[in-house]
Ligand binder design. Structure first.
Ligand code: ADP
Length: 437
């Protein structure tokens, strides 16, 4: 027997005893009246609380426990406890749900959920971006009404989702590439995962180009070398011819050596850690080397001037700085006809160490300037080759400067000359305190 039955029974027994007592000591009429009044009061009392309970169930108030005597107080208290527990559980589920949504929103990939009719149930911000969707507006829309790319429609309808789909021509500028895969789950529902692989494709294409370029660059001197070797093997040559052939073969071998050594420099630059920010470069030694190398390469064919602030320096790796600056000075000499001038300056401008190489040489067409630092990019192939170029010099410059947080600026006018300016950030610029002589 539960507490409700027990309490009701006790109340009834008490009422019965009271009525009997009134019947015995007063009269039967009074006893009957008492019984009727008591039952009526009980009825009104319980109707009032039933009504109250009804209202409470319709619009629960979680913070308050309605007060009531007896069993009704107990019912309200228990109901309140139950509601509190449910409320806490709902809050927990809501929090879990919102954390789950946040996690999917934070995903670098697009996530879209489709119902059993391929209608959008939910999608994250990246998916909106990838497919040009609007999570609120497009809710419950059939996905192929919004993503009309024929490859996607075919893929979705094929029900063969083992392989991912590569979608080209996506995004605002129709230049993006997406990899998309559908994962069926639940009752005919689908998860559409998407990833922007534009950059990946670009670097892959660059890698393929690079391998093709290296092969091409090495193939030419190798073919020439093989040709000479064949000639020397098959045709008897006199001493003079043999010496000339050997010279030409030597030139080709050196060309390959230069290419391979520049490629190794590039590979090292790419693999190395960032240069230290507390190691000062001995710029006096760098400038001295640059001047000596420039004079030896020009051999008096150009007017060369150096204007260097001896106290100005930067932090980084000396060999890298020498290699980058050396490439710029060497290029100025190689691409400036005899009689031209080359001015090199190393000065601080607005707190930034600035290295400028200005020449009065051939100049570069404006359209070529943005591509100069690409590997093997040359404006004039034959001139680059004639002067011993590998097409990798400015690529090395770009890498060294990137590693030192420096910027390269190229200004040029065809037939009038070029100016290459390197700017180091103030954070890498330093002034040495020279003691007065
Ligand atoms: P290369 O070994 O061919 O010189 P670089 O990467 O050093 O390769 O330079 C790329 C191209 O930029 C060169 O082939 C040349 O056409 C052009 N170039 C670089 N510096 C100059 C310059 N000072 N004047 C004119 N053209 C230049």
């Amino acid at each position: 027997m539960n507490i409700i039955w027990a309490r009701s029974l006790v109340s009834l027994v008490l009422l019965a005893v009271l009525c009997v007592a009134v019947g015995v000591f007063v009269n039967t009429k009074a006893a009957l009246s008492l019984a009727v009044i008591a039952l009526l009061a009980q009825g009104i009392f319980s109707t009032f609380h039933k009504q109250r309970l009804w209202r409470l169930l319709d619009a629960p108030v979680y913070g308050e426990v309605p007060s009531a005597p007896g069993i009704w107080g107990e019912i309200y208290y228990r109901l309140h406890k139950l509601a509190k527990r449910w409320h806490a559980q709902v809050r927990q589920v809501e929090q879990q749900h919102s954390r789950f949504i946040q996690a999917i929103q934070a995903s670098p990939n697009g996530v879209a959920m489709l119902d059993d009719h391929d209608q959008i149930e939910w999608c994250n911000a990246i998916s909106e971006q990838h497919f040009g969707l609007d999570a609120k507006r497009d809710l419950r829309q059939h996905i192929t009404h919004l993503v009309r790319h024929p490859d996607f429609v075919r893929y979705l309808n094929s029900h063969q989702y083992d392989e991912m789909l590569i979608m080209r021509g996506m995004g605002d500028k129709r230049q993006n590439v997406l990899s998309v895969q559908v994962f069926p789950y639940g009752e005919n529902r689908k998860l559409v995962l998407s990833q922007d692989i534009t950059e990946l494709e670009r670097t892959d294409a660059m890698r393929r180009d690079f391998v093709a370029n290296v092969s091409h660059e090495l193939k030419t001197p190798l073919t020439v070398l093989a040709g000479f070797l064949e000639t020397m093997r098959d045709i008897p040559l006199d001493d003079e011819e043999r010496a000339r052939y050997l010279d030409l073969m030597m030139q080709q071998a050196q060309r390959m050596q230069h290419i391979v050594s520049d490629l190794l420099v590039l590979a090292t630059l790419e693999g190395d850690n960032k240069p230290p920010s507390n190691q000062m470069v001995d710029m006096r030694a760098v400038v001295r080397h640059l001047r000596e190398d420039a004079e030896s390469l020009s051999a008096g064919r150009h007017r060369i001037s150096f204007d260097a602030d001896e106290a100005l320096t930067v932090t980084g790796v000396e060999t890298e700085i020498l290699s980058a600056f050396g490439n710029l000075v060497t290029n100025a000499i190689r691409y400036t006809p005899d009689g031209g001038s080359i001015n090199v300056s190393w000065r601080a401008q607005g707190g930034q160490a600035t290295f400028i190489v200005a020449d009065s040489g051939l100049g570069i067409p404006a359209a070529d300037i943005p591509r100069l630092t690409e590997r093997f990019y040359r404006v004039d192939r034959s001139r680059s080759r004639d002067t011993g170029g590998t097409g990798l010099g400015l690529a090395i410059v770009k890498h060294v400067l990137q590693r030192h947080d420096a910027q390269l600026e190229v200004k040029s006018e065809e037939g009038r000359g070029s100016t290459f300016t390197v700017r180091f950030p103030a954070a890498r610029t330093a002034m040495l305190h020279t003691t007065a002589a």
